[in-house]
Write a protein that binds this ligand. Structure first.
Ligand code: MRU
Length: 359
């Protein structure tokens, strides 16, 4: 079995970020959207690591799935080279390490690589058997994420008031997951129940995931969306246009602090100032109970060119300094609830999140 099951595929959003095929991993190049819909075939673990770093594939759950598929590509490569089992395994470990050094914030990558590592650690002395098990595990990770998104959509939709204006930040959609999306999964399910909701997408400086990706995938699926710049949420809320905020997450700590795309924290503060409920939608694979608070989350800093240029043209004075963290941490006190596949966790999150893992 080298692809998602047809039943799941037919139920998904039209948009699919990545797929394991007999040739490699078919990736939708997210750096080319929305102007070009271009698919690439990634054939080696090294190519997959580069694809994650350069954000051909991005979004926490999708990065995790890409990492898992990267391990399968490593096994396929070594098998094609006919490596003896000991070297086959050594190469797998080297590639797991390489994939783990791509992007630091989204915990889903490490969660998925740990799951693949557990398969590598199972006793076997056959490369073919190990490749088969790794393939099955990677597909399970992908399918489970898709199912989790569907469940989050159903739970989250129950929270959305009739005819609500909903704002989201970055892209937490089918492009960022195994399909359907976390925050956009909630929006998709809410729209299916009530087509009078009105969706606003923050443009999401500096890489414009909201403008380039969220609007594209919602339009693809026939869900009307209004694009706004990041600095508009205050006036939108003051004007009574927003009744619900939902965003995704890259890592949630045991106390509910949530790392997500830079600018999420600003949105949460503005929501609280206007008594608009601010929700996070994320699968359990995004929750990192090993960290106590958000201060422990490693925040990726990306290249200055992301903020100093637009379309390769300098937009600031030469010689200025730059600071470009890709994520920020929203303290738990701003979050009304965390929507997961197992239900909605409410404050105090220390208890409610722990309970979800016990269930
Ligand atoms: O830098 P990106 O595009 O990978 O950041 C993505 C986000 O911050 C998403 O909101 C998050 O990963 C959740 S995706 C379901």
């Amino acid at each position: 079995m080298d692809t998602l099951s047809p039943a799941l595929k037919s139920l998904s959003s039209k948009v699919q970020a990545l797929e394991l095929t007999p040739d490699g991993v078919r990736l939708l190049d997210q750096t080319a959207l929305p102007n070009e819909v271009r698919y690439l075939t990634i054939r080696t673990a090294g190519e997959m690591a580069d694809a994650i770093i350069t954000m051909l594939v991005r979004g926490a759950p999708a990065i995790g799935i890409a990492g898992a598929y990267g391990v399968v590509l490593s096994a396929r490569e070594s098998q094609q080279k006919g490596l003896p089992f000991a070297e086959f395994k050594q190469q797998l470990l080297a590639d797991v390490d390489r994939l783990s050094k791509t992007r630091p914030t989204a915990v889903n990558l490490f969660w998925a690589l740990n799951a693949m590592q557990a398969v590598i650690d199972e006793p076997t002395d056959s490369s073919a058997k190990l490749l088969e098990r790794l393939t099955a595990k990677s597909l399970q990770i992908h399918q489970d994420d898709w199912k989790a998104c569907q469940a989050m959509g159903q739970h989250g939709a129950t929270l959305v008031p009739k005819g609500a204006g909903i704002i989201t930040h970055c892209n937490a959609g089918a492009l960022a997951t195994g399909g359907y999306g976390t925050a956009l999964g909630v929006i998709r399910s809410a729209f299916a129940n009530d087509p009078t909701i009105k969706v606003y997408a923050d443009e999401t400086r500096p890489r414009l995931q909201g403008a380039r990706l969220t609007t594209w995938e919602l339009v693809e699926d026939g869900i009307p969306v209004t694009l706004v710049s990041d600095n508009m949420s205050g006036s939108l809320m003051r004007d009574g246009k927003i009744q619900f905020v939902v965003v995704g997450a890259d890592r949630i700590t045991a106390n509910g602090d949530t790392a997500n795309k830079i600018g999420t924290y600003n949105l949460a503060i503005i929501a609280q100032a206007h008594q608009v409920p601010f929700y996070v939608a994320a699968p359990l694979s995004t929750i990192d109970l090993s960290l106590t608070t958000g201060q422990e989350i490693p925040i990726e800093e990306r290249d200055a060119s992301e903020i100093s240029t637009i379309n390769d043209e300098l937009i600031c004075a030469k010689g200025v300094d730059f600071y470009n963290p890709s994520f920020d941490v929203t303290p738990a006190s701003y979050i009304a609830g965390i929507i997961t596949e197992k239900g909605i966790a409410r404050p105090p999150f220390q208890e409610s999140l722990a309970k979800l893992f016990e269930a």
